[in-house]
Design a protein around this ligand. Structure first.
Ligand code: SAH
Ligand code: SF4
Length: 340
């Protein structure tokens, strides 16, 4: 079934005309979808009931069917949603004072297979389409009570392997004709796909770019990311430089810290060189895994790693864990559901 959000203005106007409806219905429907964050035709109270039924017969208002919703004590909410073909995806809402951030998925599974990532372990089924991506923003916004303030593309999947749907989805999220979220409040996280980074850069939108580096040299990185989709750090750096030049945004390097793997003093000082080379800030993420091979370093070691970076005049943060009790890390909820 066609998604109503993916209809162009012309297509919707034509459909309304064919159904004997006045043109102003298009504005009403648009308002329900993009301003009032409707997820069903039934809630569109100012449309005649017969019209709502006709719309529901031809279009879907929401691509997601909520399977489970879990709330942590820091009010992080995590949903598992079922798609029309039975696959499931995760979406997380992270709340902070004055900030509601949704973490969206872009694929069912992922082809990259980073060693510590639950999503990668589950294999790959398919790309999400535009409405499957956008409706995660709607879902989280409804929970938050208003449009979320930030969108991070850090859920399941490698977003730059699904640019054909990611780009129209982000345009819909940011366009004044869509949800109207400021582009500076969107962050795309990638395992480092140089061609995709350049394609995104060419659009010249001020979306933030985060690159999951996890290692400061190619040899160490090869222990974390299998060869098939792993680019060389030098090639990623060149693509990131191009992104910076085209968008004016300062990139972020994400670095998942794993005890005994990439957390030594030397690793930190090599990362400082790379981060300067990338003109990037650094976000350190203690690994969140139940696999003993990928334990997070002790807190003091994480702090020490951080201080090596800050002493080298880098902007660096150690990410707090939110939603720990509901396994709000990459693919973990879906795995738990499937194992149970
Ligand atoms: N595929 C993209 C975006 C989704 S993953 C990417 O890799 O960037 C989002 C972030 O979660 C990445 O930085 C990824 O490395 C991190 N991540 C994956 N598994 C994790 C784990 N077990 N613990 C902590 N972070 C993890
Ligand atoms: Fe895919 Fe990102 Fe997970 Fe790597 S960390 S397997 S790229 S989702």
């Amino acid at each position: 079934m066609y998604s109503i959000k993916e209809q162009t203005k012309e297509q919707l106007a034509e459909w309304l005309k064919a159904h004997g409806q006045p043109a102003f219905r298009a504005t009403q429907i648009h308002d329900w979808l993009f301003k009032k964050l409707a997820m069903t035709f039934d809630e569109m109270a100012n449309l005649p009931k017969a019209l709502r039924e006709e719309l529901a017969a031809d279009f879907s208002a929401c691509a997601l069917e909520i399977e489970t919703a879990q709330t942590d004590n820091d009010r992080t909410v995590k949903w598992l949603s079922r798609l029309h073909d039975g696959h499931t995806i995760e979406t997380v809402l992270i709340r902070a004072p004055k900030r509601n951030t949704v973490c969206v998925s872009t694929q069912v599974g992922c082809q990259v297979h980073c060693v510590f990532c639950a999503t990668g372990r589950q294999g790959f089924a398919r790309n999400l389409n535009v409405s499957e991506i956008v409706d995660q923003v709607v879902l989280a916004s409804r929970e938050a009570g208003e449009l979320v303030t930030n969108v991070v593309v850090m859920g399941m999947g490698e977003p730059l392997h699904n640019l054909q749907n990611l780009i129209p989805a982000l345009e819909m999220i940011c366009s004044p004709d869509g949800f109207g979220l400021g582009a500076r409040h969107v962050t795309v996280s990638t395992s480092g796909v140089p061609r995709g980074i350049r394609q995104l850069a060419d659009l010249q939108r001020p979306w933030n770019l985060a690159v999951s580096l996890h290692a400061a040299n190619n040899e160490l990185r090869s222990k974390i990311i299998p060869p098939k989709f792993r680019a060389r750090i030098e090639d990623i750096r060149d693509a990131v430089a191009y992104y910076r030049e085209k968008t004016g945004r300062m990139p972020t390097i994400e670095y998942v810290l794993v005890d005994g793997l990439n957390d030594s003093f030397d690793d930190a000082s090599a990362l400082a060189d790379v981060a300067h080379d990338f003109h990037a800030k650094v976000n350190l993420i203690p690994c969140n895994s139940e696999d003993p091979r990928f334990a997070p370093p002790p807190a003091e070691k994480c702090e020490k790693f951080l201080s090596v970076l800050t002493k080298r005049n880098l902007q660096a943060t150690l990410r707090m864990r939110k939603g720990k009790n509901i396994r709000a890390a990459c693919g973990q909820l879906r795995q738990a559901e499937e194992e149970s």
